[in-house]
Design a protein around this ligand. Structure first.
Ligand SMILES: Cc1cc2nc3c(=O)[nH]c(=O)nc-3n(C[C@H](O)[C@H](O)[C@H](O)COP(=O)(O)OP(=O)(O)OC[C@H]3O[C@@H](n4cnc5c(N)ncnc54)[C@H](O)[C@@H]3O)c2cc1C
Length: 368
């Protein structure tokens, strides 16, 4: 039921305006508010904090709807299943009461700022510094490639509270951007895909926040918190992947039945049938694997290694399927008016963010 409702919402509210959002390089705030009013923000947060009381399966249904409708740049997946869970899992009662209801309505739009110009894969190299000054933290540093970076007014910032201690000196601190001075947004970065999503540089120049904005009971917990939450972030990238794989196949099967060459439909060529047979088989394997990961995750048993496998394998498969499907569209596949062209551009980043696929293999390799 939630999937149907989310599909209707994305088809009626977001899809008709998607070209405009791509041109503006962001979805407008009003759409976030509407998503909140429709119950599509914080679906897995408890009702007492303004959420819908669901699980990751509900978040998955919403992200699948986004992928199946083809509005992949609408960044509510990150807000729902990455940002909000940090508050739920590590926030104090007071923090949860203060922030989660506003995240659920869309009054607050969430982002997580880990990556810096000099630290991406190697997160231990983060330089952004948070120094204690009385009952405040003073934050200095810069971040880049931050999803929802232009719209977000609620940012989880990965900082070093004790640079001497490396990973153990890492802390997550909330910056409510409407409340502070010294915070600046850089450019909305010019990407090759996911055009409707704002991705930005962020600058922190002596930004002061209360020490109560620290996530967790004590400093130095940031790296552990990140490691604990990354499996869900990685699984969520798999959700987007499987949804796009299924959409690419459905659109392509429809297309090759219509389009003719040498007096017959493209689907009548054995090459087309064999290609699509292979892709459909792999998509089915992907769907079974993905569903198994979700089942394990909601039962508390998705280990980080399997989550890394899901991120890497499903996003690799997505790249392959979208590329082969574009090929079956011929020249029309290269034209932006055909959805497969946008999917080709949007798919590429899936192998890069959330930890590159090489880093996923590194993590899997370490477990052998
Ligand atoms: C559109 C977009 C949205 C993003 N959203 C966010 C966000 O919301 N928040 C956030 O914090 N970050 C975000 N990122 C950043 C993203 O997570 C990083 O780009 C990614 O982790 C890679 O880091 P990097 O770009 O510094 O690449 P690098 O770390 O410089 O890697 C370059 C290459 O070297 C490889 N490499 C690096 N180390 C190893 C190794 N040990 N072994 C083998 N190969 C290695 C990598 O796999 C890659 O191929 C986003 C990025 C993009 C493009």
């Amino acid at each position: 039921m939630l999937y149907d409702m989310a599909t209707r919402f994305m088809s009626e509210e977001i899809a008709p305006r998607y070209d405009e959002f791509e041109k503006n390089e962001m979805v407008d705030r009003e759409s976030w508010r509407k998503a909140g009013a429709a119950g599509l923000l914080c679906a897995s947060m408890p009702e007492e904090y303004g959420g819908s009381g669901g699980t990751f399966a509900h978040e998955s249904a919403i992200i699948e709807a986004i992928g199946h409708v083809g509005v992949d740049g609408f960044g509510i997946g990150l807000h729902n299943s990455i940002v909000a869970p940090y508050i739920l899992h590590y926030g104090s009662q007071e923090q949860k009461k203060k922030w989660l209801p506003k995240l659920a309505t869309g009054e607050l739009i969430g982002a997580i700022a880990m990556t810096e110009p000099g630290a991406g894969s190697d997160l231990q190299g983060v330089k952004t510094r948070a120094e204690r000054d009385g009952n405040q933290y003073r934050i200095n540093g810069s971040k880049t490639f931050i999803t929802n970076g232009q719209l977000a007014n609620f940012i989880i910032v990965v900082t070093k509270t004790d640079p001497e201690k490396g990973a153990k000196g890492t802390s997550l601190i909330i910056v409510e951007t409407d409340e502070v001075e010294g915070f600046e947004r850089g450019r909305n970065l010019d990407k090759i895909g996911l055009k409707a999503n704002d991705t930005s540089e962020l600058f922190f120049n002596d930004v002061r926040v209360p020490t109560s904005n620290l996530l967790g009971h004590e400093e130095g917990q940031g790296f552990i918190q990140l490691m604990q939450q990354l499996p869900q972030e990685r699984l969520q990238i798999g959700t987007g992947a499987i949804a796009m794989i299924e959409r690419a196949l459905a659109l392509t099967i429809e297309y090759v039945k219509e389009r003719k060459a040498f007096g017959k439909a493209i689907i009548d060529f054995q090459n087309t049938q064999f290609k699509l047979a292979e892709l459909k088989t792999e998509a089915t394997i992907g769907r079974v694997f993905y569903n198994d990961c979700v089942t394990r995750h909601i039962n508390g048993g998705l280990d980080p290694v399997t989550a890394s496998m899901a991120k890497y394998w499903l996003s690799d498969l997505q790249g392959k399927v979208v590329d082969e499907c574009l090929q079956l569209h011929g020249g029309y596949g290269y034209m932006n008016e055909y959805p497969i062209a946008r999917m080709f551009r949007d798919a590429r980043v899936q192998r890069i963010y959330g930890g590159t696929n090489e880093i996923m293999k590194l993590l899997i390799g370490r477990s052998l």
